[in-house]
Design a protein around this ligand. Sequence first.
Ligand SMILES: [Zn+2]
Length: 405
Amino acid sequence: MTERLYYHDSFLYEFDATVQGAVSDAERSALILDRTAFYPTGGGQVFDTGWIMADQHKLRVAEVAEQEDIILHYLGNAVALEKGTRVHGLIDVDRRRDHMQQHSGQHVLSAAFVRLFNMATVSFHMGADYCSIDLDTKSLSAEQVQAAEALANDVVMENRPVAIRFVTQEEARELGLRKLPPMEKDRLRLIDIRGFDLTACGGTHVGDTGQIGCILLRKTEKVKQGWRVEFVCGKRAVATARRDYATLTEAASLFSSHLWDVPQQIKKTQEESRMSRKSREQLLEELADLQAARLLAETPESGGRKVVIRTYLDRDLTFIKLLAQRLVRQSAQVVALLASTSGPPALVFAESTGLPFDMGALMKEALAQLGGRGGGSKEMAQGGPGKVEGLEEFLTALAQRSGLG
Ligand SMILES: [Zn+2]
């Protein structure tokens, strides 16, 4: 059993210990000490990192885990240490302080949700960027989120003492804890935020709520077990706000506007782009009308029909489809074989209603030779040819072969 020094003092950043042994698998090895200040992953909080000094070595502690009552210190560099070797442990202070701010912040926030709305926290997750709690509730409004954030920050400002207490299960029941642990243990470790929250917890915590710095609530989302609330505390909150500000500043400068006007600017731009799309569509329709009339005027009649064959290098599928529709609308005796090579190559075949040909079948025949996919009805078909070289000559030959003109 490893003695947990962090149970009694979260601010113990250095300690002396004796090597008890080591365990290793194919990939890495872990050191076991008689006592440790390193926190192993558990209860939502992630592990500490740091160093272990032994003889002439400074060993990096890359991960800390718990196996029953033993704490395993996974080392970044493998060095065999004899049982009984005296070592000196150093905790990565910045990381530990961050974890204390997040974890104590979580206790305050969870208690605030209980006090205001009787919403219990069912799980806590500490990520690399942000933390989250899952609340047992069917609904969560923006007003409730803001109220919980305000109360939690009041408790931070009040700088209430945070004490560690050890009690029996029986005493714990009488104290009325926010949350009793599911495992039956003889002795419970409690985190007592004076006059505000009392919870069983094995984590590392601040000494006074003021050390949390601040609590910033961010995204909320519906999850299976209730509502998830993302939050950041202390220096993380400052770093997050800094990043948000930088993003917003960049967006504002792109719009040449003030920060707070960005949503308004986005709405305006969306509206402008919708209008310009509409006007472009109108212009294309007018252009297709004019082009269709010109094509019909310059195409000679043969066998009572006009066969229009064109390849467009600078028009896309949308336009040649529009053009095909206008051609068959303007003339009762036209067959159009159109191709576009701007963007993905496209073919559109169309004939006036009542003509005897089958555009769908003709498209299949063309694609059998060109490669690609496509199809359609008797009067209109489209496809994407696999080959674009000599497309117009190919279509002319296809028209002659099929007896169109
Ligand atoms: Zn906790």
